[in-house]
Design a protein around this ligand. Structure first.
Ligand SMILES: [Zn+2]
Length: 131
């Protein structure tokens, strides 16, 4: 009897794991389209193409679509600020100094966070609801 592989929740978890593993990390790091993996998502530092220049995929599929990118932006912001936070905490800097440095760091990184969180959101959305 092979209960583990027939269990619906196991298959659901397995599918989620599979999605995380098979995300197109190279295209995400290259800021590329989630469908063709070739077209550039951004035309300048902060401005996205409306459609993929290669395959014509409309990036913002509905108004407010990129609100979902905030989840990724939040996670990326934490990942980016955690190391410097840990180092400053270890060296016993005051909480206000740590706060100031983290705010400055996030302000400087915000263009990068915006770009990567939007493209990560596009790829995540494309995985769950392909177009
Ligand atoms: Zn494309």
């Amino acid at each position: 009897m092979d209960l583990a592989y027939n269990d619906a929740s196991f298959q659901q978890v397995s599918r989620r794991y599979q999605i995380a593993v098979t995300m197109n990390w190279r295209a995400i790091f290259g800021l590329r389209c989630p469908r063709c993996l070739r077209g550039k998502a951004f035309r300048s530092l902060l401005v996205m193409h409306e459609h993929c220049p290669e395959c014509g995929l409309k990036f913002a599929r509905e108004p407010g679509f990129f609100l979902g990118a905030m989840y990724f932006s939040y996670g990326l912001g934490i990942l980016a600020s955690l190391p410097i936070c840990a180092v400053m905490f270890y060296h016993e800097y005051s909480p206000w100094a740590i706060f100031g440095v983290v705010i400055a760091q996030l302000a400087l990184l915000s263009p990068l966070l915006l770009r990567y969180s939007r493209v990560a959101w596009l790829h995540f959305d494309q995985r769950f609801d392909p177009r």
